[in-house]
Design a protein around this ligand. Structure first.
Ligand SMILES: Nc1ncnc2c1ncn2[C@@H]1O[C@H](COP(=O)(O)OP(=O)(O)OP(=O)(O)O)[C@@H](O)[C@H]1O
Length: 569
């Protein structure tokens, strides 16, 4: 049976899409529950199934309009009651609820999109922070696919991110610690990687787990190539500082009297430090070293640095005084002590009272005189030759020698007891060939000294000429270098000293050795002394002993020995 009913529309906005949808949904439930058919009549009174949302909205029904609903089936009155109740009453309430819900939804949508915005902002900020970090960063997923690299990574590995993102690190870098971390699912920290171009990189790979699920590996890379260089330089600088600190300590402790002893080599500085310490006491000092190494210079400095500096510094060269005169030279004599002793003579021991007695070439003193010397040193008193009076002496004794005293003791040429008396503080002066680094300093020192003494403009020396001087072996040590500089300054017409003013034996050091002793090929003539030295040297090399060399040269044994000493052969 069919029943129709007019229903008033009370909803403010009439029947719009949302209300239509609600009516359709409500009617569908009624149709199902009561097994009826429901229609709505349009303005031309044509019945349309009410289950279509489109037909409802197309009617454009407003508040206050009525609609005609027709029901076909049993219980149509009960069904239409429910339809009327829903459309005229409940739908309004329902709509309010839904609008409330819409508001919440809308607000939430706004919130979500704001949150999305801020998440995007955070992501951008984060990305820009990662790009400002100096360490390279690479992220790969659990399969090894590279998902992110920062700018530092690109520059460390000189690669474009586009060419690696999305690629699998297992294929691209199978040996990298990051890939090992991926396989092992374990962090691999502080691995040193050396790239083909020599770059040294430290990598730290950390596995990422989210809720215990392995998500991939994050690796940071630090380029330590520069750091290593810097560390190396720092290390070197520290070593230098340490060296200079030690040198400064030594220097600070060294008395200024030693300032004019030129040389920075550690062997010389050690000797100077020792001499400076010796200066503080009255201990006997023996200075050892080849001829011309500065033995006298150091002896004087010890005296100057000691509390005896106001007293005399008396030097005796034991080699230059004939044996028979040395005793009276040292101890003096009384008037009439021997023929020719017309008046009393004060010896060097007495002259040195309250000061320093420097006995140079101590190894040349004869055995008998050595005994008398020992007594004088032990007792600190002397007797003049031909006198009965003993004279108390307050002196410091410094001796020097280039001879091997230990061998002389074995050969019974030097008294052991005297040796121990003298050898309280031994100071070894290095030869110049063992401290070639000091040559430029010495050259500069002598150029300045000689030019000032000669009152001429200070000359310079060319680096090539200096190279020759550094290469030469300097058998005559510092005395020889001083002589060569004196000669060069005298012969040089220029402001700069060049090789041409050097003697032949220096000029020829870079030339192949010429068998001819006198080589006048390039027009250079050496001094007589240089030829003399060369001849004696050849004779000694060939004949080994002074005797045989003397015979070969047709001169006396003594002359050969004196020349050998003079030229330090
Ligand atoms: N370190 C030095 N710095 C500056 N000048 C030096 C240095 N060593 C030596 N000389 C100079 O060299 C020359 C020779 O030095 P000195 O006479 O002291 O040597 P020596 O060892 O006593 O020689 P010899 O054994 O032949 O007597 C001197 O003119 C001296 O001033």
């Amino acid at each position: 049976m069919e029943i129709s009913r007019r229903i008033l529309i009370t909803n403010k906005k009439g029947i719009h899409a949302r209300t239509a949808a609600m009516i359709v949904s409500f009617i569908s439930r009624l149709k199902r529950d009561y097994n009826v058919k429901l229609y709505i009549q349009n303005k031309s009174n044509i019945k349309m199934p009410i289950s279509s949302m489109l037909s409802l909205t197309s009617l454009k029904i407003k508040q206050g309009d009525t609609i005609c609903i027709t029901c076909d089936g049993d219980n149509c009155n009960e069904v239409l009651d429910k339809v009327e109740k829903y459309i005229s009453g409940q739908i309004d309430q329902k709509i309010n609820d839904i609008e409330e819900f819409d508001k919440v939804l809308e607000e939430n949508t706004i919130n979500i999109s704001t949150e999305l915005e801020s998440i995007k902002e955070i992501k951008d900020k984060f990305g820009s922070i990662l790009n400002h970090i100096n360490d390279g960063i690479c992220v790969m997923d659990s399969n090894g696919v590279i998902t992110y690299v920062n700018i530092a990574y690109e520059s460390i590995f000189d690669i474009n991110s586009e060419s690696i993102i999305g690629k699998n690190a297992k294929d691209m870098y199978p040996k990298r610690p990051s890939v090992q971390a991926l396989y092992q699912r374990n962090n691999i920290l502080n691995s040193l990687m050396v790239e083909n171009n020599g770059k040294k990189i430290i990598s730290n790979s950390k596995c990422i787990f989210v809720n215990k699920v392995f998500e991939g590996v994050l690796t940071t890379y630090k380029d330590i190539t520069d750091l290593k260089d810097m560390m190396y330089n720092l290390d070197k600088a520290n070593q230098k500082i340490e060296y200079y600190e030690q040198e400064l300590k030594k220097k600070n402790k060294v008395h200024e009297a030693f300032d004019f002893i030129i040389g920075r080599s550690s062997s010389l500085q050690d000797a100077i430090a020792m001499a400076s310490k010796a200066a503080k006491t009255s201990a006997t000092v023996v200075i050892r070293g080849e001829s011309g190494t500065g033995k006298e210079l150091v002896a004087k400095a010890i005296h100057e640095a000691s509390k005896r500096s106001k007293g005399p510094f008396i030097k005796v060269n034991c080699a230059s005084i004939p044996e028979n005169l040395l005793e009276s030279e040292l101890f003096g004599y009384e008037k009439g002590a021997f023929t020719g002793a017309v008046k009393r003579k004060i010896g060097k021991f007495e002259l040195a009272n309250n000061g320093t007695l420097f006995l140079d070439e101590i190894g040349e003193i004869n055995y008998n005189l050595q005994a008398k010397l020992l007594r004088a040193i032990q007792e600190r008193e002397i007797e003049r030759i031909g006198g009965n009076e003993t004279v108390k002496i307050d002196i410091r004794i410094i001796t020097a020698t280039h001879r091997n005293l230990e061998q002389m003791i074995i050969d019974n040429e030097f008294r052991e007891d005297l040796y121990y008396r003298l050898n309280v503080i031994p100071i070894m002066l290095p030869s110049l060939r063992n401290r070639k680094g000091d040559i430029p300093l010495l050259v500069e020192h002598f150029i300045n000294k000689i030019c000032q003494n000669e009152e001429i403009n200070i000359k310079t020396i060319s680096s090539e000429a200096l190279r020759y001087l550094q290469e030469y072996t300097w058998p005559g040590n510092i005395r020889e270098i001083e002589n060569i500089i004196m000669r060069a300054i005298t012969l040089s017409d220029e402001d700069q000293i060049e090789i041409d003013v050097f003697p032949n034996f220096i000029k020829s050091i870079f030339k192949p050795k010429n068998a001819n002793l006198i080589n006048l090929k390039d027009g250079d003539v050496a001094s007589m002394e240089e030829y003399d030295k060369e001849i004696v040297k050849c004779a000694l090399q060939k004949h080994k002993t002074f005797n045989k060399a003397a015979k070969a040269l047709g001169i006396t044994h003594r002359t050969v020995s004196l020349k050998a000493k003079k030229y330090d052969l």
